[in-house]
Design a protein around this ligand. Structure first.
Ligand SMILES: C[S@@+](CC[C@H](N)C(=O)[O-])C[C@H]1O[C@@H](n2cnc3c(N)ncnc32)[C@H](O)[C@@H]1O
Length: 304
């Protein structure tokens, strides 16, 4: 039988992005096995400010406490990467007013704890916490911002709504403002999975990636540019170990459903494990498997 004919019908599973708690748990496990935070934080330190410096020609507007740079973080999670972005911005803008939008209580609490721990370093920052979705926030908000941080933030609507989401974000920009976007490239494990199993027609598929974001930006005639790409990966060896709780969270994250190992038959799990070991998806180093989760960074500015 071909791989395709054995594929479990994933349309019967809950999409991971509609279960905030499971998503937070799976994201936490992914972070433990991923080199993304480390690689992105290094890139931010070495290249971020130089990449966006020209966009900050208006920066003299924001050098006083009573007139801070106004920023929002969309889908901020636990804030690890976002705080690195803010740390770099602080080298240019001494005062920043940050509005954090994150629906998951556990993640926003972890973010608050991190700001408390690093409060001396971030003393120029004032924080506003919004435990809600971006959709809810944007419906009640009419403020404009100078900087929008959108890191893995655009995966939560179907593709048919992507342009609308980008439009909403863009409308929140003040003149001269920018959106910093970091999302999966079109090459990652999930993208390969969707290509290999195109008969999976869940309304939340295809999942959003930076290629789709760029084509939507083109259709909207928004001004944008790619400022970096990073090869990052997640170690997936645990997914091959029967009964591993971490492996089960990683698998859910890789194929974006809730409870795959618990709800599926063993030959279905085997099929997905075999898929993970294909060369388009992963590489093996000394018996350990690493799946591609590369990311791309795009800057979108307020000009049309
Ligand atoms: C993949 S994580 C990214 C977290 C963080 N930006 C990072 O890269 O570490 C996605 C985050 O989006 C949040 N989220 C889920 N649905 C959302 C929505 N509709 N609006 C805003 N955030 C959402 C999740 O709770 C989760 O923390």
């Amino acid at each position: 039988m071909s791989m395709m004919s054995c594929l479990p019908d994933l349309n019967h599973y809950i999409p991971l992005k509609s279960d905030t708690d499971r998503l937070a748990k799976c994201t936490k496990v992914c972070k433990q096995y991923s080199n993304e935070d480390e690689r992105v934080v290094k890139w931010l330190r070495d290249e971020f400010i130089a990449s966006v410096a020209n966009d900050f020609s208006w920066r003299c507007r924001y050098d006083k406490k009573e007139n801070p740079l106004r920023m929002i973080g969309v889908a901020s999670g636990t804030g690890v990467i976002e705080m690195s972005v803010i740390s770099e911005l602080l080298t240019v803008f001494p005062f920043i007013d940050v509005t954090v939008i994150e629906p998951c209580r556990e993640s926003i609490d972890a973010y608050k704890a991190l700001t408390e721990k690093r409060k001396l370093e971030f003393k120029g920052v004032s924080w506003n916490w919004c435990q809600e979705t971006f959709q809810t926030f944007s419906q009640r908000n009419s403020d404009r911002f100078d900087f929008i941080c959108a890191i893995h933030a655009l995966y939560f609507s179907p593709l048919s709504e992507l342009k609308e989401q980008l439009l909403t974000l863009h409308e929140m920009l003040d003149d001269g403002g920018i959106i910093f976007s970091l999302h999966d490239k079109g090459t990652t494990c999930l993208q390969q999975f969707e290509k290999l199993f195109p008969d999976v027609n869940h309304p939340l598929r295809p999942s959003i990636n930076s290629d789709l974001i760029k084509s939507s930006l083109k259709e909207l005639s928004f001004s944008y540019r790619t400022i970096g790409e990073l090869e990052t990966n997640i170690e997936a060896t645990e997914c091959l170990i029967p009964g591993s709780e971490d492996g089960s969270c990683l698998l859910d994250a890789f194929i974006q459903v809730v409870g795959f190992t618990k709800l599926s038959k063993s030959d279905e799990v085997q099929l997905v494990q075999d898929f993970l070991k294909t060369e388009e998806v992963s590489f093996c180093l000394e018996g350990r498997w690493f799946v591609d989760m590369s990311v791309e960074m795009i800057v979108i500015n307020s000009l049309k």
